[in-house]
Ligand binder design. Structure first.
Ligand SMILES: Nc1ncnc2c1ncn2[C@@H]1O[C@H](COP(=O)(O)OP(=O)(O)OP(=O)(O)O)[C@@H](O)[C@H]1O
Ligand SMILES: [Mg+2]
Length: 424
C-alpha cells in the first residue's frame, strides 16, 4: 500500500487535493524525519483522521482498482477493508449505471479534473441507498491520469424526500386528470354514442338484407361491413385519445401541433356540457397558424381547463357566452373570453397558484390553471388573465413560434408537468 502511494505521487509537480501522507506532511507543524518509525507514526495519524470522517473516501487506479478506502466507506458498503481493496470500484455500482458513471469519471481531463456522480447502491437486504461522490482525477506531468480519489456522502434521506415529493406531485396530477375526465365523461360518451348508433343501423340493415332479400345483395352487405369497421376504428381512436389523456408520461415526444385542431378536439370533449348549460359558443379560428411545438394531448389539456373554467363560471347564467379566438402574430395566439363574473381584484394574483380555488363544492382542486402554466412552461409560452371591458374574464395564451421550422428541436422542454410547484 505504501509502495503504491509512493509510486503514484512520483512525478507530480503541483500539489493536488489528495488524502495521503504528502498532504499531512505539508500541514504538520513538526517536520517528519524520513525514518521508517516516523513514517509509520504519520501513517497512523493520517489513518485516524481519515477514519474519523463521516464522508466515504476512496482512491482507485486508472483501471478502477481500489487502493484506499476509509472506515466510513467500509461501513457503508458493509465490507472489510481487505475485501474492498483490490476490487474494481465499478463492482459497487448498479449494473445499469456502470457505463454512464465510468464514462463520466474516465473522461476527466487536466482542464476538467472533477466530476460529481450520484450512484445508487442496493444492499444485500434489498434496501436502496443513494450516494453523491465528488471524484477528482490526479494527473502526472504528461497529463496522464495516475489516480482517482473520491469523497462520497450518503444522500439517501434527501433522495427519498425528493422522490416522495415527485410521487405526490404525480399523484396530484393524476387525480386532477381523473377529475377532469369525470367532467368530460359526458362528452366522450356522446362521441362514442354516434359511431355506436351507426354500427347498430349498419348491422341491422345487413341482417335485414341477408334475411329478406333475394338475391342477397352481397356488395351492399360488404359495404356495410366496411363501414362498421371504420366506425369501430373511430371508437378505438376516441378510447386511445382518452388513454393518452390519462397517461402521465413526462417523456412523450414533442411534435409540431395544429392549435386549431387542439381547440376543436378540446371543444368536442365539453360539447355536451356547453349544450346542457345553454352556452352560446363562437369560434374565430384563423387558418394557417404557425405550428405549436409540443405534446398535442397536453395542449388539449390546457385548452380544456380554460374551457371548463369558463363553463363553470357561467353555470346557471342567462345569456351565457364563450368566444374562442386564434390568430397568428409572431407565434400562435389563443384567447378565451366569457361573460361570467370575471376575476375579482383580490384573486387576480392567486389564480395560477396550485390549489387556489374559489369553488367550495369539493370537486374543484384548484389545479386547472397550474396545469395550464405547467404545459406552457414546456413550450416557453405564457398566459395573461384580465377582465373584459364589458364584464367577464379573458385568458390570452401565447405560443411562441418554434425555433426550428422543421419541427425538430425547437422551443420545447419536456421536463415540467410539475404543476408549477417549483417553476412559475
Ligand atoms: N373564466 C373564469 N372566470 C372567473 N374566474 C375564474 C375563471 N377561470 C378561473 N377562475 C378563477 O381561478 C380559480 C382557479 O382556477 P383553477 O382552474 O386553477 O381551479 P378551479 O377551477 O377552481 O379547480 P379545478 O380546475 O381543479 O377543477 C378558480 O377557482 C376561479 O376563482
Ligand atoms: Mg379549473
Amino acid at each position: 500500500m505504501r509502495k503504491q502511494r509512493k509510486r503514484l505521487t512520483q512525478g507530480r509537480r503541483r500539489p493536488t487535493r489528495t488524502f495521503g501522507l504528502s498532504r499531512l506532511r505539508g500541514r504538520g507543524t513538526e517536520q517528519p524525519s524520513s525514518s521508517p518509525a516516523a513514517h509509520k507514526l504519520l501513517e497512523r495519524r493520517y489513518r485516524a483522521i481519515i477514519d474519523d470522517q463521516v464522508d466515504l473516501i476512496r482512491r482507485f487506479r486508472p483501471d478502477g482498482t481500489l487502493t484506499f478506502v476509509n472506515a466510513a466507506f467500509c461501513s457503508f458498503y458493509q465490507l472489510r477493508e481487505e475485501e474492498a481493496l483490490g476490487r474494481n470500484f465499478a463492482e459497487l455500482l448498479s449494473h445499469d449505471e456502470v457505463e454512464q458513471i465510468s464514462e463520466a469519471i474516465f473522461s476527466l481531463t487536466p482542464d476538467n479534473p472533477t466530476v460529481t456522480t450520484a450512484p445508487r447502491y442496493v444492499r444485500h437486504d434489498g434496501h436502496t441507498y443513494w450516494l453523491e461522490y465528488v471524484t477528482h482525477a490526479i494527473f502526472n506531468a504528461q497529463g496522464d491520469v495516475i489516480e482517482y480519489q473520491s469523497i462520497g456522502r450518503d444522500i439517501t434521506a434527501q433522495k427519498k424526500a425528493e422522490l416522495e415529493v415527485e410521487e405526490t406531485r404525480a399523484a396530484v396530477n393524476r387525480a386532477q386528470r381523473m377529475a377532469t375526465l369525470a367532467v368530460i365523461g359526458g362528452g366522450i360518451a356522446h362521441e362514442i354514442s354516434q359511431p355506436l348508433s351507426s354500427i347498430r343501423i349498419l348491422a341491422g340493415s345487413g341482417l335485414y338484407m341477408l334475411d329478406k332479400m333475394n338475391p342477397v345483395p352481397l356488395e351492399r352487405i360488404q359495404k356495410n361491413l366496411q363501414d362498421i369497421s371504420s366506425q369501430v376504428d373511430r371508437i378505438d381512436q376516441i378510447i386511445t385519445h382518452l388513454r393518452e389523456f390519462l397517461r402521465t408520461n413526462q417523456t412523450s415526444p414533442a411534435h409540431p401541433c395544429d392549435l386549431n385542431d387542439c381547440v376543436e378536439s378540446s371543444l368536442r370533449m365539453v360539447q355536451e356540457r356547453i349544450q346542457a348549460e345553454e352556452i352560446h359558443m363562437t369560434k374565430e379560428l384563423e387558418a394557417g397558424l404557425p405550428a405549436v411545438y409540443g405534446v398535442r394531448i397536453r395542449f388539449e389539456e390546457l385548452i380544456l381547463n380554460l374551457l371548463l373554467n369558463a363553463v363553470q363560471e357561467l353555470k346557471g347564467r342567462k345569456g351565457a357566452k364563450i368566444r374562442l379566438r386564434t390568430w397568428a402574430d409572431r407565434g400562435a395566439h389563443f384567447e378565451i373570453r366569457d361573460n361570467g363574473p370575471g376575476l375579482a381584484p383580490e384573486i387576480q394574483n392567486s389564480i395560477f397558484e396550485p390549489f387556489f380555488t374559489t369553488h367550495e363544492d369539493g370537486n374543484a382542486m384548484g389545479l386547472g390553471l397550474s396545469i395550464v402554466k405547467a404545459v406552457l412552461s414546456t413550450c416557453h409560452g405564457h398566459i395573461e388573465a384580465r377582465n373584459a371591458s364589458g364584464g367577464g374574464a379573458v385568458f390570452h395564451v401565447v405560443f411562441p413560434e418554434s425555433l426550428d421550422k422543421s419541427g425538430k428541436g425547437g422551443m420545447w422542454d419536456p421536463v415540467p408537468q410539475n404543476l408549477g410547484f417549483s417553476k412559475k
